[in-house]
Design a binder for this molecule. Structure first.
Ligand code: ACO
Length: 340
């Protein structure tokens, strides 16, 4: 019997208009363009500055672009999964807010919180709904407004993150195109190195938590860096081996955009050429759950039907993993990413 696959039939990306450059940051904290560029590869990032706007508003921009590109009516959406660590509110889920704002009256949705690996977790989950044959139009969004949880007095984190994200449409496919295989991992012991201390049930919001700046992302960069290289490389290796993929047959690796040095290390450890690794960190920084769909959106016009593509990410949790996709269409119509 032919296996039903979940094919990506469209991709869209969005970043807000305002650009925060390394030079801007050097006026805010003790840093320099030279340090940020050489240690991270980032030159600028986009920040959502419009008062009253939140993660769901970027999600709406993304989903509306996706609907337009895939010629889909909002009422046709059956399920929307939103990967994010910066939900509009602690509850309800941002996915539901996006569905409401785009007028998707017939769908249901939920959020997935797996930090920078969120899009991997959400894509794998969305694919399962399609593979059962029950759902025919599933949208997977990865989007974060990191500026809402970044401490712009902390030079070790504020230079890294940006706002933005993207989404893909998943539809059933019987030609063996789509999500083929995935490896997802987690190690909760890593939570100590990367987290947001206050505002949860462990440490509810109080005057004390606000005074001590505990509502911002906390990261110990070095252990995270090492675990990211190891985690991304090992899951890519395992995925390639068990699917008989080689450096020659894989068209693209799409890595989480956390640090250019992490991406270079993965390339070196796998002996995989940098020319086939998607990179856009220099213009967006780390958009957490947004990086993978933003890469697919930016590189869409270079993707061809049948391409073997590997997505990989590492993030807070710790969470990490890799996904093998056979690309389902010629993307030569080009990226629709613009900066309105
Ligand atoms: N400007 C100037 N100096 C700086 C800055 C800055 N912006 N930031 C740190 N420094 C200084 C430090 O204070 C330190 O100074 P010291 O030696 O006098 O103490 C020195 O630079 C080295 O600091 P390190 O933290 O060791 O720098 P490192 O090279 O490790 O780079 C970074 C830091 C960029 C955070 C890196 O460790 C990294 O990328 N880590 C992984 C990030 C990641 O993958 N996160 C996962 C995803 S995020 C998520 O899930 C939400």
């Amino acid at each position: 019997m032919t296996k039903l696959r979940a094919a990506i039939t469209g991709v869209a990306g969005y970043v807000p208009e305002h650009v925060l450059t390394n030079e801007d940051l050097a006026k805010m904290v003790d840093t320099s363009d030279e340090w940020i560029t050489s240690r991270t590869g980032i030159k600028e990032r986009h920040i959502l500055k419009t008062p009253g706007k939140a993660t769901s508003d970027m999600g709406v921009e993304i989903v509306q672009r996706l609907l337009e590109k895939t010629n889909t009516q909002a009422e046709e959406i059956e399920l929307l999964i939103c990967a994010t660590v910066t939900a509009d509110m602690k509850f309800p889920d941002t996915a539901n807010t996006i569905l409401d704002k785009v007028g998707a009256k017939n769908g249901f949705g939920f959020d997935i919180n797996a930090a920078c690996s969120g899009f991997l977790y959400a894509l794998t989950t969305g694919a399962k709904f399609v593979e059962t044959g029950t759902y025919k139009k599933v949208i997977v969004v990865g989007v974060d407004m990191m500026s809402s949880i970044v401490d712009y007095t902390d030079r070790t984190t504020c230079v890294i993150f940006g706002d933005g994200g993207g989404a893909v449409m998943l539809e059933p496919n019987t030609e063996n195109l789509g999500v083929i295989d995935s490896i997802l991992k987690a190690d909760g012991a890593g939570r100590h190195f990367l987290h947001l201390k206050a505002g949860g049930s462990l440490m509810p919001t109080s005057e004390e938590t606000v005074k001590n700046r505990l509502h911002f992302a906390y990261q110990e960069g070095k252990p995270v860096f090492k675990a990211a290289v190891t985690g991304m490389t090992s899951t890519l290796r395992e995925l390639m081996e068990r699917n008989q993929l080689t450096n020659d047959t894989v068209e693209w690796i799409v890595p989480h955009q956390a640090n250019m040095r992490i991406i270079n290390s993965v390339s070196e450890m796998l002996d995989f050429p940098m020319e086939k690794i998607m990179v856009n960190i220099y213009k967006y920084g780390n958009t957490t759950a947004g990086t993978l769909p933003l890469c697919l959106s930016d590189y869409e016009n270079q993707l061809k039907k049948g391409d073997d593509i590997l997505l990989t990410a590492f993030g807070g949790g710790f969470t990490w993993g890799s996904i093998y996709i056979k690309w389902a269409y010629d993307g030569s119509q080009g990226s629709i990413l613009n900066r309105n």
